[in-house]
Design a protein around this ligand. Structure first.
Ligand code: ADP
Ligand code: MG
Length: 253
């Protein structure tokens, strides 16, 4: 998609859990080549939104569109195949496998069944292709020196980057990151931010859920602020930071 074009759109998306409205008729869109932030206090509905977008949960009502098509009723695997890739808040990896192998698992998603069982069934050529793709993605984010390291031996910041490389290995159009900076040290955060900026420069579109306000404000092009399932506001970092309602609800000032 051309830069600035709408790649993703949520229209009046609603999710109820029993009597609780976790996401209340939320609408927002993401444009190609931008980093869109999704912030809000605990319980605001960010994770639920992520799960609705990626097909992990089904919306009670409303519509999710991706690449011009409605995906509200698609399975998560089918959504992944269309070019949406995500990382999880808690690192998911095979700790005894190498970094390269962990990333190669991600390359298998698009167009095929996911997971290790599928990987075990593939032939030698397919395996070579996946390893090559994994290598390429590790180079892309400056991690190829660590490719033969056991994933479990990596520092948390490196594991998060490995997860991003794995998500990239399926060649996504939209990358969703769930709190990638959580628990990282200052230097690791800087490195992460640099990688995300580089990916944006390359034309990737990113939806970022993140608690680190400093990072969100410095990195995002636009931000959606949620509170109690509802969109409180949407705008540039400058615009969002200056808003009295946002300050009262979220920034605690
Ligand atoms: P956030 O990620 O912004 O902290 P969540 O999306 O996790 O918020 O949660 C939004 C609201 O929905 C919370 O009140 C939470 O308790 C509730 N919730 C989330 N998932 C479920 C679920 N599977 N069943 C019932 N309630 C849920
Ligand atoms: Mg959450």
């Amino acid at each position: 998609p051309a830069r600035g074009e709408t790649v993703f759109e949520a229209r009046d998306v609603r999710k109820e859990f029993g009597g609780l409205v976790a996401v209340n008729d939320l609408s927002f869109s993401v444009r190609a080549g931008e980093i869109m932030g999704l912030i809000g206090p605990n319980g605001a509905g960010k994770s639920t939104t992520f799960n609705l977008v990626t097909g992990v949960l089904r919306a009670t009502s409303g519509e999710v569109r991706f690449g011009g098509q409605e995906i509200s009723r698609c399975a998560s695997r089918s959504i992944a195949r269309r070019g949406m890739s995500r990382t999880f808040q808690h690192v998911k990896m095979m700790p005894t496998m190498s970094v390269l192998e962990n990333v190669a698992l991600g390359a298998h998603i698009r167009g095929h069944a996911t997971g290790l069982s599928a990987m075990l069934r593939m032939d030698r050529n397919e395996e070579k292709r996946l390893m090559k793709e994994a290598h390429r993605q590790l180079e892309r984010i400056g991690m190829s020196a660590l490719m033969h390291e056991r994933a479990g031996n990596l520092a948390l910041g490196q594991q998060r980057l490995m997860e991003i490389a794995r998500a990239l290995a399926s060649d996504p159009i939209l990358l969703l990151l769930d709190e990638p900076a959580a628990g990282l040290r200052h230097k690791e955060k800087e490195q992460l931010a640099e990688v995300l900026r580089q990916l944006r420069t390359e034309g990737l579109t990113i939806l970022l859920v993140e608690h680190d306000m400093d990072m969100v404000m410095r990195l995002c092009d636009r931000i959606v602020v949620m509170e109690f399932g509802t969109k409180l506001m949407e705008g540039t970092p400058t615009h969002v930071q200056a808003d009295p309602a946002v300050q009262a609800a979220y920034l605690g000032t």
